[in-house]
Design a protein around this ligand. Structure first.
Ligand code: GLC
Length: 752
């Protein structure tokens, strides 16, 4: 017999009794009273719902037609969207209109007659590379506002899976290889989105770290290692952003599909973190009715199109009727969905259709994000910024005369004006390959009216070399398309050959890389400058030009390690590559455990091409005065940054930490971003979350920091550390068990 071990249970019973004999009884819809708490309002609403209405809220529809099927979406969908869940008009509960994704309002290509043209943020990696949570929050608010203006009250993003796999086709949608940077940036974006009364859906929970075999692979990882890496990123994002919902991912974790994984959904998400929102499945990620309901899946998304068979809806009604799923479990699902709708303001701030979108202002938000996310990786002989004395500039490749590349799959935002290059990439999902109409060439000409420009597409080598030889300076663009459902190579073969040939023709060459993640650079020794711009987003061509000519000082720092070769990766051979489609396989993340990215390089004493946290500026900074102290039991670090160069610039001083005893590789413990004029200095403070110095004890469900001496480093990357101090810290522990539970008891933990 299931017991509700949640704070909701007493509330539902109590409110039921109260509602019958109190002043509320006079109010027809007390749950619509905004003075009440979201918990109270949800409990009152569920109490008033029929079972049919409860079943309606947990069953989602695809928001578009699906070629090759007879599926017709409900009339109320926003055609060409990701999803739709009917509301309960009788009770004043609106529908949930769901749009992808974390980079802007996307369009599902299935319905070719609808293309919402909206503003695209740059990659999640670009926002992360800014190390500026305020920018992330502003970007979230911008796409949240465009979502509302487009008729949506649920936005399916941001993605916060750790970048364990640098070839991951969706790395461009994610944030970082480090859980702290991931949690801070994703948490800020969630705050921004939800400030617009749009529910943010943090995804894909969890270990969805590669695209190859994403619906069938089983992520093998120890519970402690998961808590200290991938799950820590989600935990920090939830604490900082309070997302209304999470999306459980396609893959399995420790042998169980994530959307019926009681360890993830019940014990961690609810039992340890006390997550108050609801869990929706990814599109086709549900695999059962009873098991999913008891494990903690609250909403089955786009079920009739993507599930093997619709698992909620009538099947769930039968399971509730025959007692396999207690009615109170269904109540809890609705409680969590409604609580989020009340908490985020979806009910109190109904969608106003045809609201105005200020595309100019929104483009400025995307440009600011990209400008601070561009990473200057090499600047030999200070070739950058391109000076006004340069008279002949060659621009080669990357469709730089047309636009900037964007990522593929469900997150693709179709730009105002349509794609600047047509007919590229797959015709169907995850294509087409989209170029946002913000041409770097045109923007560069605007930055240097005194110069003469020549452009070569790069498809004709002779022409490219002729143009390169003519020029004082050459800017050659590399573009790497990445997309959901596929992983991508690190080696851009044809383009690498072009760059090498151009550099031989003219050593005054700068390479601009528009990629979905790390790439190899076999030509690095032959070129003078390198910029990593990620997928630049709307207006990205302008941002690139402003950095190239110095209107903006580059201040991006890598959120992911750039490898020197595939051989040094934890998995040189991409797991599952070459297997028949749909054949299940395991990915043994125990190889890295929590040593993801730079921590893997430290553990294996490897040297990457460019380390996590690396980024150059047009000026220089000096770090000094590192001190560490305990303040009210919390580790606090102070240091001073000085601009010792001749230009204004922004520094990103980073603090890393590790116990002196043992071989635990250091990890990022905090950072600040500070803009300084030449000669100026600032003393900064970083407060360190104690979990970053602790290990996770799975027996007692607690974080444990041993008493002892800890080493702290200050630097501008995981490798370049300029100061260090030691401090003795007392033992510390924090029980992860949340005082109350919001889900009924489910499969015992021992089953995982
Ligand atoms: C996709 C993606 C998910 C997206 C959803 C709706 O398969 O995995 O990120 O939000 O389906 O399009």
């Amino acid at each position: 017999m299931h017991r509700i071990r949640g704070s909701f249970a007493p509330a539902v019973l109590l409110l039921g009794a109260l509602a019958a004999h109190s002043a509320w009884a006079g109010s027809a819809r007390p749950w619509l009273n905004p003075k009440r708490s979201p918990d109270e309002r949800a409990a009152l609403a569920v109490r008033a719902m029929t079972q049919r209405e409860k079943l309606r809220l947990v069953f989602g529809y695809f928001g578009s037609v699906m070629p090759g099927t007879t599926y017709q979406p409900p009339r109320a969908v926003r055609m060409g969207s990701a999803g739709y869940v009917p509301g309960v008009p009788r009770l004043g509960i609106p529908p949930q209109w769901e749009s992808d994704a974390g980079l802007g309002v996307a369009t599902q290509r299935a319905s070719s007659d609808v293309f919402r043209q909206r503003t695209s943020l740059p990659s999640g990696l670009a926002t992360a590379a800014s190390w500026n949570p305020r920018l992330a929050e502003r970007g979230g608010a911008m796409i949240g506002a465009e979502a509302r203006a487009s008729g949506f009250n649920v936005l399916l993003g941001p993605g916060a899976d750790l970048v364990r796999e640098v070839r991951g086709g969706r790395d461009f949608e994610y944030v970082s290889e480090d859980p702290l940077l991931t949690g801070v940036i994703a948490g800020a974006e969630i705050r921004g989105i939800q400030s617009q009364h749009v529910i943010a859906v943090l995804k894909h929970f969890a270990m969805n770290d590669q695209e190859t075999g994403r619906t069938v692979y089983d992520a093998q990882i120890g519970r402690a290692a998961a808590r200290e890496s991938d799950l820590l990123g989600f935990e920090l994002a939830i604490e900082r952003g309070h997302p209304g919902a999470l999306m459980c991912a396609y893959n399995r974790t420790r042998g169980h599909y994530n959307c019926q994984n009681s360890w993830l959904l019940h014990h961690v998400l609810d039992g340890d973190w006390g997550f108050r929102g609801y869990v929706m499945s990814d599109w086709g990620a549900a695999h059962s009715t009873v098991r999913s309901a008891l494990a903690g899946l609250d909403q089955d998304s786009a079920s009739t199109v993507f599930d093997h068979t619709p698992y909620y809806g009538p099947a769930l009604a039968r399971a509730v009727k025959d007692g396999r799923v207690p009615e109170r479990v269904l109540d809890e699902m609705d409680l969590r969905i409604l609580r989020s709708m009340f908490a985020v303001g979806v009910v109190d701030h109904p969608i106003q259709r045809k609201a105005h979108i200020n595309f100019t202002a929104d483009k400025a938000v995307a440009e600011a994000d990209e400008e601070q996310g561009i990473v200057l990786l090499k600047n030999a002989g200070a070739i950058l910024p391109l000076s006004s004395t340069v008279h002949r500039i060659a621009v080669i490749g990357g469709y730089a005369d047309r636009g900037v590349i964007d990522g593929g799959g469900s997150s693709t935002v179709f730009p105002v004006g349509g794609s600047a290059v047509r007919g590229l990439g797959p015709k169907n999902f995850p294509g087409p390959e989209v170029y946002l109409p913000s041409a770097p060439l045109g923007a560069m000409m605007g930055e240097a009216p005194q110069a003469r420009f020549r452009y070569a597409s790069g498809r004709n080598l002779a022409h490219a070399l002729q143009v390169a030889k003519w020029a004082d300076r050459v800017v050659v663009f590399e573009t790497q398309w990445a997309a959901e459902s596929i992983d991508v190579p690190l080696h851009l073969r044809r383009q690498n050959r072009l760059v090498a040939a151009v550099a031989r023709a003219n050593p005054h060459t700068v390479v601009v890389i528009e990629s979905g993640g790390p790439v190899l650079m076999p030509w690095l020794g032959q070129v003078a400058g390198v910029l990593e711009t990620w997928f630049p987003g709307t207006g990205g061509g302008t941002s690139i030009a402003r950095v190239l000519f110095g209107a903006v000082d580059p201040s991006g720092h890598l959120p992911v390690t750039f490898p020197a070769s595939v051989a040094e990766l934890a998995f040189p051979h991409l797991p599952g590559a070459g297997l028949p489609l749909g054949k299940p396989f395991k990915v043994d993340y125990r190889r890295q455990g929590a040593a993801v990215g730079y921590r893997w390089y430290l553990l294996k004493h490897l040297k990457p091409l460019f380390p996590f946290g690396f980024g150059l500026s047009y000026t220089r900074f000096a770090y000094q005065g590192l001190q560490a102290a305990l303040r009210h039991g919390r580790l606090v670090v102070h240091f001073t940054v000085r601009n010792v160069g001749h230009r204004v610039g922004a520094a990103v001083p980073q603090v890393y930490v590790a116990p002196v005893k043992g071989s635990v590789p250091r990890r990022l413990a905090g950072w600040r971003k500070v803009r300084l004029a030449p000669g100026a200095s600032r003393t900064l403070t970083v407060s360190v979350d104690p979990r970053l110095l602790a290990r996770y004890d799975t027996q007692d469900h607690r974080w444990v920091r041993a008493a002892g001496t800890y080493q702290l480093w200050l630097g501008d990357s995981a490798e370049h550390l300029v100061q260090s101090v030691r401090i003795r810290l007392p033992a510390w522990q924090h029980s992860a068990r949340w005082p109350v539970h919001y889900r009924s008891a489910a499969v015992p933990l021992s089953a995982h």
